[in-house]
Design a protein around this ligand. Structure first.
Ligand SMILES: NC(=O)c1ccc[n+]([C@@H]2O[C@H](COP(=O)([O-])OP(=O)(O)OC[C@H]3O[C@@H](n4cnc5c(N)ncnc54)[C@H](O)[C@@H]3O)[C@@H](O)[C@H]2O)c1
Length: 362
C-alpha cells in the first residue's frame, strides 16, 4: 500500500514540476497498447508533438521521457513564432516487433478523443505508414505520406532552418552573413546533413564533413565538393562553424575544451550535454551557440504547414524566419550577458505569458 502511495505521489510530483496541463494514460488489453500522451501547454495553440515508440525499461522512464520531451516542444513552438503548443506521446514497446495496424489505430482513437488538443506526427520508432494508420481514426495527425495529402520528407526544411541559423550566427560574429570563405564542419551526413552541405556549398563555403558511415561521408564529400574528415579528428581542424547534425550531447566540457571554432549551429537535438554548465562554458569561451531547438525547428514548421494546407513555398518562407529569431536570441544573450540557450528559453516563456494575457482579457 505504501509503495502505491509513493508511486502516485511521484507521478503527480513530476506533473507539477514540469507544469503539464494534462497527461493521458492509454491502455488497451486487446491490442496490447500502452501509451502516454502528455499535453504540456496549449496557450499558443493545440499541442503538437511526435509519437515515439521505445522499449522503455520501466513505466516511470517512459513517463519521464514524455514529460521532458513535451515541455521541450512548447518552447520550440513558442520561440519559432508558431501558434502551437507543446505535446508528445510515447508508446511503450519494441517498434520492430510490437507494432501493428490495430495498435496504431487504437492509439489514433485515443488521440481522436482529445478533440484536437493534441496533434501527433512521427518520431523515433514510428513511420509515415504508422501515421497513415492513425489518420484512419483521427484527423489530428501530420506527417502522413504525400499521397494522403502530407508534406513528405521534412529534412530539406530542417536543413533550411539550420542554414538560416548559421547565417544569422555568422552575421552576429563577423558583421556580414556571407558564407564565401567561411569554413564549416558538418558532423553527420544523413538526411539533414546532406541537404545542409548542399546549401553551404552553393554559397561557396569551405565545408568539412564527418560521419561514422565512411561510405556516406565520402559520397557526400564527392558530390558537393566538401572535404571528408575522420570523425575522431574533427576538433583538430580549424573551422569557423561546427554544425552537429548527428547525435546530441556532442558539446560537453571535454569537447568545448578542444574546440577552436567561433560558432556552434546544427540540427542535432540536445547538443549540450548539460544545458546549464555547457551554455555557461561556451559563453565564457566566447563561442556563439545557436540554440538547437530554435534552428532545427524546420520539421515542426513542416507539420504546421501541413495543418494549414501545405505549400512548399510558404513552408520555406516560414523556415527563413529562423534567421531573425536567431538574431533576436543572440542580441538578448549579448545584452544580458547570459548563455544563448537561456536567452532562448526566456524569449519563449515571455511569448507564452504575453499571449496568455491577451487570451484571458477577452
Ligand atoms: N530529420 C529532421 O528533419 C530533423 C529535425 C529536427 C532535428 N533533427 C535531428 O538532426 C539530427 C540528424 O537527423 P537526420 O534526420 O539527418 O538523421 P540521419 O539518421 O538521417 O543522419 C544522421 C547521420 O549521422 C551519422 N552519425 C551517427 N552517429 C555519428 C557520430 N557519432 N559521429 C558522426 N556521425 C554520426 C549517421 O551515420 C548518419 O549519417 C538528429 O539528431 C535528429 O534528431 C532532425
Amino acid at each position: 500500500m505504501s509503495s502505491i502511495r509513493f508511486e502516485e505521489s511521484s507521478v503527480f510530483n513530476q506533473l507539477a514540476s514540469f507544469e503539464h496541463q494534462q497527461v493521458v494514460f492509454c491502455h488497451d488489453e486487446d491490442t496490447g497498447l500502452k501509451a502516454i500522451i502528455a499535453i504540456h501547454n496549449t496557450v499558443l495553440g493545440p499541442a503538437l508533438g511526435g509519437t515515439r515508440m521505445w522499449s522503455y525499461e520501466t513505466e516511470a522512464e517512459a513517463l519521464y521521457d514524455v514529460l521532458r520531451l513535451s515541455k521541450a516542444m512548447t518552447y520550440k513552438a513558442a520561440i519559432t513564432g508558431l501558434n502551437l503548443g507543446g505535446g508528445k506521446a510515447v508508446i511503450i514497446g519494441d517498434s520492430r516487433n510490437d507494432k501493428s495496424e490495430v495498435l496504431m489505430r487504437r492509439f489514433g482513437r485515443f488521440i481522436e478523443n482529445l478533440n484536437g488538443s493534441f496533434i501527433t506526427t512521427q518520431d523515433v520508432g514510428t513511420s509515415p505508414k504508422d501515421m497513415e494508420f492513425i489518420r484512419m481514426e483521427t484527423k489530428y495527425v501530420t506527417g502522413v505520406p504525400e499521397v494522403m495529402g502530407g508534406a513528405g520528407d521534412l529534412s530539406p526544411v530542417t536543413a533550411k532552418g539550420v542554414y538560416m541559423g548559421i547565417k544569422a550566427s555568422i552575421k552576429e560574429m563577423f558583421g556580414t552573413d556571407s558564407l564565401a570563405g567561411r569554413s564549416i564542419a558538418v558532423q553527420g551526413t544523413g538526411h539533414v546533413g546532406e541537404h545542409l552541405v548542399n546549401l553551404l556549398r552553393v554559397e561557396n563555403a569551405k565545408v568539412y564533413v564527418s560521419d561514422i558511415s565512411e561510405e556516406r561521408m565520402i559520397r557526400v564529400a564527392k558530390k558537393y565538393g566538401a572535404e571528408a574528415v575522420n570523425n575522431n579528428n574533427l576538433f583538430d581542424i580549424d573551422f569557423d562553424v561546427y554544425a552537429p547534425c548527428a547525435l546530441g550531447a556532442t558539446v560537453n566540457s571535454e569537447t568545448i575544451n578542444k574546440m577552436k571554432c567561433s560558432i556552434i549551429a546544427g540540427s542535432a537535438n540536445n547538443q549540450l550535454a548539460d544545458d546549464k554548465r555547457d551554455g555557461k562554458l561556451l559563453l565564457d569561451k566566447g563561442i556563439l551557440f545557436a540554440p538547437d531547438y530554435l534552428i532545427n525547428a524546420g520539421g515542426l514548421i513542416n507539420c504546421y504547414s501541413e495543418l494549414e494546407g501545405y505549400s512548399k513555398k510558404r513552408t520555406m518562407q516560414l523556415a527563413e524566419k529562423i534567421y531573425d529569431a536567431t538574431l533576436q536570441v543572440l542580441k538578448k544573450s549579448k545584452q544580458d550577458n547570459i548563455p544563448t540557450n537561456i536567452a532562448a528559453d526566456m524569449i519563449a516563456e515571455k511569448r507564452i505569458q504575453d499571449i496568455k494575457k491577451i487570451k484571458s482579457s477577452f
